[in-house]
Design a protein around this ligand. Sequence first.
Ligand code: SF4
Ligand code: SF4
Length: 484
Amino acid sequence: MKVKTTKTLCPICNAILDGTITDEGGSIWLERSCPEHGHFRDLYWSDAALWHTFERYDSVGRGVENPKVVNPPGSCPENCGLCSSHKSGTLLANIDLTNRCNLDCDFCFANARACGFIYEPSFDQIVGMMKMLRSQKPVPAPAVQFSGGEPTMRDDLIELIRTAKEVGFPQVQLATNGIKMAQDIGFVEDLKVAGLSTVYLHFDGVTKETNFKLKSDEKAVRNCEEVGLGVVLVPTIIKGRNDHETGAIIRFAADHIKAVRGVNFQPIAFTGAAGEEDVQRERITIPELLQDIEDQTGGVIRKSDFYPVPCVVPFSDLVEAYTGQPQVRFTPHQHCGAATYVFITDKGMVPINRMVDVESFFRSIENMTEKLKKGGQLNKYMSLIEGIREMNESVKKSEQGSTAQFWKLIGKTLVMQNFDALRDFHWNALFIGTMHFMDRYNYDISRVQRCCIHYATPDGTLVPFCTYNSGPVYREKMWSKHRK
Ligand code: SF4
Ligand code: SF4
């Protein structure tokens, strides 16, 4: 049964094609025909019911007011960077600092050895990229992540982090294999002092079979605990390789809650030379991953505890209505990812939706926003009081919510203007998320047009993650053009 149409790419020649999304046998499929290479049918989501649930959270963003490129409709993903057709602003900007690496993994197609040349933008070029990101309108990019290759290979990394804070990024992140952080706690201290917010640590498992650098990762996490630097574990999940360890990875995170802020699972995307057989054997979709998490945590975290990323758009709308200022909006496509928060308590892990009835909580946020839009100081005050009362009701309706805890948080934050309360909330909660980057077998142009994760390039362009790394693969062109 056809459920939707979209635009997609031929997996062989990258021609832009009409695609049909179908619901058959309990799964969702992407079908398309290339005049030259024939018909293709690939798995899009392996749980049709969950796909339809997530579809309800469809929320299209507003793009940016100062795009770099003006593109005619229908040309995406050609001439990318950001263009006038793009529908989301930048939530997280990646900057590749180098393609050099201190490991030599066989499977890596992006390192200098595999490329045969070095890509490494200059300090001034990187500062130019950061300034461009902070000049985005109507909202400057709030977060930058230094990536690679291995960004700790650069001698000027500390200076770059310091400069990122100076140009105004509230969040500065580092995507790393953690080798240098394990070897040198002084380096970890320097990162923290320079203003680094979070380390994104490649972490594929909790055994030596799934994670060849486990000892190093454990040491890196311990060093971060000691220094007080937040870590997000980033496992790439491959069916048959490490999908049996999702529960154990979450438990590792919970055991290290002093430093570990979350786990961001990335189901494998088949870039590079992977063929059809690899896809058949190793593909894992978001619903399968969520089912693994449910099974491997004994149902403590359920598939139904996860929500698509745009579910938080009502919060941005509320803050916009309250402050009158445009806010960052989480508007990636509803099928790009899923997330939840889990509280680490004395009695174990408790997902946030056991503590609050999420549906009625979001409704109360939307009601409050509508009332605030009517304006007036007295109305603002009344709307807030009423909204908080409605939110309290949604805590009461939940399975195990504590209204006492809720009032402590709201009271301290809103009434006493004490934002430490929010920090305490954050430090006891673990973010569990997943984002399934696309490859040529499941490429959906309507997803990439809404992407919120963008790569800044030395050319002054901003390229969405899934056109940079797959589809037209702008990474290869950019690195080659600016090779040393
Ligand atoms: S991905 Fe976005 S920026 Fe790139 S061409 Fe498509 S709409 Fe434009
Ligand atoms: S990176 Fe890919 S999967 Fe993630 S939001 Fe962008 S388009 Fe979606």
